[in-house]
Design a protein around this ligand. Structure first.
Ligand SMILES: Cc1ncc(COP(=O)(O)O)c(C=O)c1O
Length: 317
């Protein structure tokens, strides 16, 4: 869990003090989980603070909101600017940035299609989702809770309500002493973690499940696919059986919050030699340098944060 503490929160065009960022307790999103959000990170680079893959995160936010009939009253460019302003106003690095699209007005009744759609953006100190030592490897278990099929709740939209499934899986894994849960899809194939995608390495090939396993198409997943391919490793997206995971040479999670976390055990099964394998380490090495702006080929992934000229008030809607 991250202690959420920042200086300012961007709410519908205004930077308000952290302590004053309130919504009504009868708001639609709180009761029914109908809201969409993003998790984004900003890092320190030699050229100043930078937000990692800002464009793709905002694109996913807009498409998630559209799917849930919540048109955001700001454009892609306006939201990107608002994220950069929020980052600049909070002066926290590394930071975890959380844009949330919600219906904040008091209104009960599930079929709320007309309530005002709001956008809030927070930036708080970033922690390691899977613990401080997660880069050395974590222990995971197969969850008794499966992913809901996308025919019931689409996995490609990052909706608040999706996370009650992640919560159940995470609670079970935590109470059993594991750092993370691995959820299977409704057909029994490996899907993802509570907030991460999963990769396995077998005989030099990198595998990861695709959309047919009801995963979120992670932006870190996309970065890792590109890095692995650039390093010359074959990358295959396919349905992964539990046995393919349990007998893998290497396995790791990817996510904005978790970054890259090698998996050393799945339940009673040791993965490889229980230390991050060579391909995992190679990918991690490139990834962690890329997000610090140390690899020119990946600098297109970094949006530099300009200093805050003056608090944004002009966008209030
Ligand atoms: C369920 C789930 N899968 C995968 C991911 C990884 O996605 P990303 O790399 O875009 O953070 C996340 C995190 O956002 C997630 O919540």
């Amino acid at each position: 869990m991250m202690a959420a503490k920042g200086k300012k929160i961007w709410m519908d065009g205004r930077l308000v003090d952290f302590a004053d960022a309130h919504v009504h307790v009868l708001n639609h999103t709180l009761h029914y989980g109908v809201g969409v959000f993003e998790g984004i990170r900003a890092y320190s680079t030699a050229h100043g603070p930078a937000v990692f893959r800002l464009r793709e995160h905002v694109e996913r936010l807009i498409s998630s909101a559209k799917f849930y009939h919540m048109p955001i009253p700001y454009s892609q460019a306006e939201i990107e600017r608002a994220v950069l302003e929020t980052q600049a106003a909070n002066e926290i690095l590394p930071s975890y940035i959380r844009p949330l699209v919600y219906r904040g007005e008091p209104a009960l009744g599930v079929k709320n299609l007309t309530g005002k759609v709001s956008l809030a953006i927070a930036a708080i100190p970033a922690k390691k989702y899977l613990g401080d030592g997660s880069e050395a490897g974590i222990r995971a278990k197969i969850s008794p809770f499966r992913k809901p099929p996308s025919e019931a709740i689409p996995s490609f939209a990052k909706a608040a309500g999706n996370y009650i499934n992640s919560y159940l899986a995470g609670a079970d894994a935590t109470k059993d002493g594991y750092e993370e849960a691995i959820l299977l899809d409704s057909r029994g194939y490996v899907a993802e973690g509570t907030g991460e995608n999963i990769f396995v390495v077998r005989k030099g090939t990198v595998y990861t499940p695709g959309l047919e396993s009801d995963i979120l198409l992670g932006i870190t997943r996309d970065s890792v696919i590109r890095i692995a391919a650039d390093l010359g490793h074959p990358v295959v997206q396919k349905q992964l059986s539990v046995n393919e995971l349990l007998s893998a040479d290497e396995a790791f999670f990817t996510g904005t919050y978790a970054e890259i976390a090698p998996i050393k055990d799945v339940g009673h099964y040791a993965i490889g030699t229980k230390v991050p394998g060579p391909i995992t380490r190679e990918i991690m090495g490139v990834f962690f340098r890329a997000l610090k702006g140390e690899i020119p080929a990946y600098n297109e992934w970094l949006a530099m944060v300009p200093p805050l000229a003056q608090p944004a008030v002009s966008l209030g809607r």
